[in-house]
Design a protein around this ligand. Sequence first.
Ligand code: GLP
Length: 239
Amino acid sequence: MNDVLLSDGRGLKHVQVREYVRGLVAGAEPGAPAPSERELVHRFGVARMTVRQAMDALVVEGLLERVPGRGTFVARPRRSATRLTSFTEDMNRRGLLPESQTLLARREQAGPGVARALSLSEGDAVIHWRRLRRADGSPMCIEDAYLNEILIPGFLQAGMPTSLYDALAGRGLRPTWAEDSITADAANAEEAELLEITPGTPVLRHSRRGLAGEKVIEVSRSVYRADRFTLWVQLGQES
Ligand code: GLP
């Protein structure tokens, strides 16, 4: 699927579909049905995947919600600040099935950047866990997590869990807050191969420094396919 081929003078098709649906549901009661994918495919003459992408963005924004087996509906407004989510939770929230493949899991000595981010000294032991993360069967991101080994003794020996944050929660160390940053970039050859895109395709680099209270428990670097991932952030005024 090539978005460029789908674009016309008015911008990308999935953006047009998304904004059309946004207009349609503006002011609708929570629980009202969203237009069906089939209807939108027909109206815009686009691929089902394009409609999916548009609807996914509105689900992630919190404007629509998917109810498995029933369809997509106007969501109840959410007013809480964005919850610190794991990949697993984030994909579930988007109505996508998360899967992971471990590419590497080992003990390493912290390099200068990782040491600084984890508030450790260079050469201290860290656990490096690299995963290819899929959503609905297709690659979504490559994720490198570095964990402070001292805080999680026996982590590697216990076998790799499905969700890192669930495993940390089990040890009372699920991050409670984080610093995230996002930058745009192009995929290098190795990333492109894993993500099943061509080298040079746009990606989003997401870094996180996750803390459980005062303890820095993880730093991570994820590289997301920009054509599949929309970052959703809710902002508010402190009361
Ligand atoms: C997100 C965060 C990562 C974190 C991961 C845990 O992707 N950006 O820093 O390591 O979630 O995900 P899970 O609990 O699904 O393994």
